[in-house]
Design a protein around this ligand. Structure first.
Ligand code: URA
Length: 216
């Protein structure tokens, strides 16, 4: 896997994303579309998984059939909007473990402060796919990746729905070893850290809350 930005602009992703961006799209539909897009992004992010073969018998003959080499995986949700991508990814790889990382930005020091972290113990042996729908400034994502590496992860990929140029630049600078898979590259972040044109606060739209502020 090359360490770069993979823009997965499949027509189905673009169409579903347009539906998600529209402000009148209800939470239930937003959630369903995010799950559907996560299947398509996950499909691309796992395209080069290593394979082996297994001897099987079809009703007609024996064959050496391809199967996954059994590399263990962990999906990491960056709370809280990352949870919206988990169910689709788990449909693709039901045996994957799940990690969660929750961070907020201290308004005075601007440092990322961890409020939750839970992960499987054997991260070094797993392909870790870290998910957050919105890669805005990249500060939270970068802090989350640093924390996940501290916990032992060495083989990491990052999946998002939308990415802004700042987020891509910061992640490339801080974590050049982590390839990024995104459904779209948007124009910029505004002064509050929202992606433009974007889709608003992904967590609020996913869960039907309205906090008005975002952490990234
Ligand atoms: N997080 C969001 O939910 N939306 C943005 O636009 C940026 C960060």
């Amino acid at each position: 896997m090359t360490h770069k930005v993979h823009l997965i602009d499949h027509p189905l992703i673009q169409h579903k994303l347009t539906l998600m961006r529209q402000k009148n799209t209800a939470a239930a539909e937003f959630r369903r579309l995010l799950r559907e897009i996560s299947l398509l992004l996950g499909y691309e992010a796992t395209r080069d998984l290593s394979m082996t073969t297994k001897e099987i018998s079809t009703p007609l003959e024996h064959m050496d059939a391809p199967i996954l080499a059994g590399k263990k995986m962990c999906f990491f949700s960056i709370l809280r909007a990352g949870d919206g991508l988990l169910s689709g990814l788990l449909e693709l790889v039901p045996s994957a473990r799940i990690g969660h990382v929750g961070l907020y930005r201290d308004p005075k020091t601007l440092e990322a402060v961890e409020y939750y972290f839970k992960a499987p113990a054997d991260l070094a042996n797993r392909l870790c796919i870290v998910v957050d729908p919105m890669l805005a400034t990249g500060h939270s994502a970068s802090a989350a990746l640093t924390r996940i590496k501290q916990a032992g992860a060495v083989n990491i990929r990052f999946i998002c729905l939308l990415a802004a140029p700042d987020g891509i630049a910061n992640l490339k600078e801080d974590h050049p070893d982590v390839p990024i898979f995104t459904g779209a590259l948007d124009r910029e972040c505004n002064e509050k850290g929202y992606i433009l044109p974007g889709l608003g606060d992904a967590g609020d739209r996913l869960f039907g809350t309205r906090s008005g502020t975002i952490k990234d």
